[in-house]
Design a protein. Structure first.
Length: 220
């Protein structure tokens, strides 16, 4: 089993580079999840670290874990107060007009027997704001930097489709699903920064994974 990379570590926090397709919580159908790797991530501490936020199963990259209840409470408050800077990189399955912009589309959850649940833009939904910047284009695909200001479920995935006009490559819910060159939703949590009172900020960077490089986007 390949070890999970650690990209930041101190006495109260751990940031891992979560592998794609590793769920944080146990799937209903069973199978492996991050909890199975808890002992590996103690790194000499008696207590197993606890995830502070969520990344979709397909999403790779920076995931913050708290090493004790006090830090978990502080980090949760920072996320609630939008004091966490997050940078994601995503491969959009089509061209993107413009170079930079901000997408403001409120989101709400819907569900149906045929398609299951998903998020959709809706005026009465929860506010969702994503800043974006085009980084590169290759073979009809676009590498985009996303900086979400809010943290709604599937926010970047829905904003890519509704705000940029094309879904993330490989997205099985909002796009065409896995293809030969993208076996998962191509979204990577590249950076995470959290200011801390009386301490240096937590700043973690997770390098682009191999499947991004295989598409020609190896340098962000």
């Amino acid at each position: 089993m390949t070890p999970i990379p650690v990209v930041f570590e101190d006495g109260e926090a751990l940031v891992i580079d979560k592998p794609a397709r590793l769920p944080i919580e146990r799937p209903r159908a069973g199978g492996p999840c991050l909890e199975d790797r808890a002992s590996e991530l103690r790194l000499g501490f008696a207590r197993s670290p606890v995830p502070v936020h969520r990344l979709d199963t397909d999403t790779s990259g920076c995931l913050l874990l708290a090493r004790n209840p006090k830090s978990l409470k502080r980090f949760n408050a920072a996320f609630e107060a939008r004091e966490v800077e997050k940078v994601y990189l995503g491969v959009v399955a089509g061209p993107v007009a413009g170079e930079t912009g901000t997408i403001e589309l409120s989101l709400t959850k819907i569900s149906s027997a045929e398609k299951g649940w998903r998020m959709i833009p809706a005026k009465k939904g929860k506010p969702a704001i994503t800043h974006w910047r085009k980084l590169a284009e290759k073979d009809g695909l676009t590498l985009v930097e996303f900086r979400p200001e809010t943290g709604r479920t599937h926010q970047i995935r829905v904003h890519a489709l509704a705000g940029l006009g094309a879904p993330l490559l490989g997205d099985p819910v909002y796009g065409a699903g896995p293809v030969a060159n993208a076996r998962r939703t191509m979204l990577h949590a590249a950076e995470l920064t959290i200011a801390r009172e009386g301490k240096p900020p937590i700043h973690a960077v997770a390098p682009l994974p191999a499947d991004f490089a295989a598409l020609g986007f190896g340098h962000g």
